[in-house]
Design a protein around this ligand. Structure first.
Ligand SMILES: *[C@@H]1O[C@H](CO)[C@@H](O)[C@H](O)[C@H]1NC(C)=O
Ligand SMILES: *[C@@H]1O[C@H](CO)[C@@H](O)[C@H](O)[C@H]1NC(C)=O
Ligand SMILES: *[C@@H]1O[C@H](CO)[C@@H](O)[C@H](O)[C@H]1NC(C)=O
Ligand SMILES: *[C@@H]1O[C@H](CO)[C@@H](O)[C@H](O)[C@H]1NC(C)=O
Length: 165
């Protein structure tokens, strides 16, 4: 017996396609593209997010670090869609971790990374990558991504030189 009906097949292919993930989120890091700080200061980097595709979506916010523009990016810290903060790699060691803060300043739009008591090794590129996620057909689905970076520099290991007269 033949139960397969062509009508059923065309119904299947006409179901809405899975949403395409595209880089539609507007993510901007400030200050940038370069920011100067002195050793011992606290750095504050803001990650602004706009142009979400869905009202009810949640965001996953990740900050990456690279010593220079041609070195590998390392994941530092992430705020999950449920707003839990997780530290990664070198940045999960207590000495580093205690100097890092990731906070949601404004729900869904503004995330602050603080690097406290700057050290010369903190100089480099900081990249904020954001992913927009929501429930779709009972599954977590990524709707769009965005990223932006800033370069932190000028963190000097030398005390300011004084006149020698
Ligand atoms: C969006 O970000 C996720 C997680 O970082 C990544 O796996 C995915 O490839 C990205 N998609 C696009 C289109 O960039
Ligand atoms: C993206 O957001 C930034 C600040 O949050 C804003 O200045 C800029 O105009 C926005 N870009 C677009 C294309 O909307
Ligand atoms: C840096 O931030 C910490 C924690 O908020 C604070 O205790 C400290 O006084 C700040 N240091 C400077 C130099 O602002
Ligand atoms: C992590 O630590 C190792 C060993 O101390 C070092 O070689 C590496 O450069 C560090 N990575 C980052 C991203 O700081």
């Amino acid at each position: 017996l033949q139960f397969w009906k062509p009508a059923a097949a065309s119904l299947l292919v006409s179901l809405p396609a899975q949403p395409l993930v595209c880089a539609a989120l507007n993510v901007t890091v400030s200050p940038g593209p370069v920011v100067d700080y002195l050793e011992g200061q606290n750095a504050t980097l803001l990650c602004h997010v706009s142009q979400k595709r869905r009202k009810d979506s949640l965001l996953a916010v990740r900050w990456f670090f690279a010593h220079s523009s041609n070195s590998q990016e390392a994941l530092m810290v992430k705020m999950t869609k449920l707003r839990m903060v997780q530290y990664y790699g070198n940045f999960s060691r207590s000495a580093k971790r205690q100097r890092l803060r990731l906070l949601e300043e404004q729900r869904g739009t503004l995330y602050r990374l603080s690097v406290l008591t700057l050290q010369p090794s903190d100089q480099g590129h900081y990249v904020c990558k954001v992913q927009e996620i929501s429930r779709h057909r009972n599954k977590w689905t990524a709707w769009s991504n965005g990223s932006s970076a800033t370069e932190m520099r000028g963190v000097s290991s030398h005390p300011v030189e004084r006149g020698s007269s």
